[in-house]
Design a protein around this ligand. Sequence first.
Ligand code: SF4
Ligand code: SF4
Length: 354
Amino acid sequence: MTLVARPLRARELRARSRGIRWLRHLVQAGAAVLVLWIGWDFVLWVRGLESGQMTAQRPPGVEGFLPIAALMSLRHLWSAAEVHPVHPAGLVILLAIVGTGLVLKKAFCSWLCPVGTIAEMLASVGLTAFARRVRLPRALDLPLRGVKYLLLLFFVHAIFVALSPSAIAAFLDAPYNRVADVKMLYFFERLSPFALKVLAFLVVLSMVVPFAWCRYLCPYGALLGALSLLSPLKVTRHAPSCIDCGLCTKACPSLLPVHRLGRVRSDECSACLSCVAACPVPRALRVETPRPWRRAVRPAAFACLVLLLFGGTIQAARVWGVWRNAITDAEYAERLREIDSYDHLRGGEPSGGS
Ligand code: SF4
Ligand code: SF4
């Protein structure tokens, strides 16, 4: 006999929803503070290199913002069976993201990614301004969702097919890549008018069309979307308990018709648990392992898994000794003097040909 739970009273539902939402926002806030801390330390370290008076250490976590170098390192790991010593933390962070994607769907996007958090904030601002969620027509939405996969294919083809292992190793060792982190900082500190316009356009777009960057353009989102199909944990609707109220569908930021699905297998599901938080019937909607086990994973346990998988991978890399960059501060200081002449299109050599 199937036991059907009674719907929660309004007050109980509010408390439960708030609990699940706050749990995720707490993890998001923690991740955002960590990223800001890393950014601040990195800026202090670069200023120290420039002035010759060091006041901070270089935080390895900054390499999480070098996705191309991380993919190159992954290819190097694949072909040479070794972790390249330049920016190894970038590779470790990429592997941590891939690990969460394989087990917890796109939880990285909705629980940890700072860009995802900013996108969510911009979506709320847009919702307040326009008083409704803007949804592109399906005929436009579907092909646009494919764009991020095309971008991912482009990078994967360029790095894993078109380039030889020796070309990859040459890129990783090149002066450009050795200071790619400082290059990135200078890029954001000296934004060109064109880059500023693109950024402003993306900000406005994300307010008008919620999660436009994540949904249509982010190659990391595409990678996680593809991996998420393999994830054993999925939001699952228990049809006999469901009262067909549609609140889950209304709450879904990925615009999925949750109230019509059994298991949410979509590559767009970011495992944000907003649908679970909105559901008024206990056990009608939960994150579950696949058949035959069908074990429910509570939101608190899900949050712990996100932190454990991501943080555990990084901790394992620290213990294994593949977290810290091999480049010394002295080398950085020397290269900083000629950094403006480094050009990745010329294999990273200074344009003067030295
Ligand atoms: S289906 Fe649920 S968990 Fe997945 S994106 Fe929609 S609201 Fe979030
Ligand atoms: S699963 Fe969705 S439709 Fe069913 S009761 Fe829960 S919120 Fe309502």
